[in-house]
Design a protein around this ligand. Sequence first.
Ligand code: SF4
Length: 290
Amino acid sequence: MRTVEIDQDSGFCFGVVNAIKNAEKELAANNELYCLGDIVHNSQEVARLQKKGLKTINHGELKRMHDKKVLLRAHGEPPSTYEIAGQNRIQIVDATCPVVLQLQKKIREKYLSADPENSQIVIFGKIGHAEVNGLVGQTEGTAIVIEKKEDIRQLDFNKNIYLFSQTTMSVDDFKEIEKEIRSCVNHPVIFNSFDTICRQVANRIPHIRKFASQHDLVLFVAGEKSSNGKVLLNECKKANPNTFLISNPEDIHPEWLQSIESVGICGATSTPKWLMEEVADYVLSVIPIC
Ligand code: SF4
C-alpha cells in the first residue's frame, strides 16, 4: 500500500496568516497595494498575490515613493522605515507579527536603559535578514549580530552583554551560544540572555522529526530564503536522510519516488497549504496508490 501524507502541522504560522489576510483585505477594497519585500519567503504565494495586484518594492523604491499604501510584512521593520513613510505621506498597513513587535520593544528598552559605554546588545540571527534588520534598527544600528558560535569572538567579554535571538532560530543553537558566552564573560560583567525564539517554529520540531521518521521519503516544501525552513528541514534530515527540499512539484526527481511506499510532505511557516496539496497531487499522479 503506497501512501502520501501532508503534515497537518506544517504551513503558515499566525504571523504569516495575518499578513496575507491584511493584504487580501486591502486588495479586495483597493486593487493596489505595495509590500516592502516579499510578503512571505515563498515565490509561489508571492506570485498568487501579485496576480491580485500586490506589488513588491524594496527600500530604495520606498524612499522615492509618495502618497501610496504600503504593507509591512510579518518580519517587521526598523524605525527608519516608519520615518520615511511619514515624510513621504505613505500610508502603512502594519502586518508586523505581534511576536516580532514584542521583541523589537524588548530590544529597544534594553538599548535605552543599558549603559552605552559598557554594554553590547547581541542578536543571534542571520545577518541581513529582514527581521534582524528591524531588530538592529531598535539600537540605532549598534547591535552585534552573530550567526554561529565562532562569531562570539567579536564580543568584548569585559563589557555587559545582553543576548537576544531572531524568532526563527534553533533553540539548541541558542543554548549553545548562551553557554559559550557565559563561560567567557569576565566577572563582574553582566550577562543576560533572553530566549526570544518563537515557539510557532520550535514547537513544531518534535512533531516534524516524528513525521519525517514515519515515511520512506520526505518532500520538504519551502522557499530557499526561509529561515525557519532551514531549521525545520535540518530536523527532517536528521530524522530521515531521505529528505529533499523542493519549492514546487517540478523540483521532484522521478527517481526519488522509485520503490517508495510512503511519502511525507511538510514545510515551513511560510509554505502555503495549497502548494503542499499540489505536491501531493503530483506525487499521486506519478505513483498511484495501489
Ligand atoms: S514564526 Fe512566529 S514570530 Fe515569525 S511570523 Fe510566525 S508567529 Fe510571528
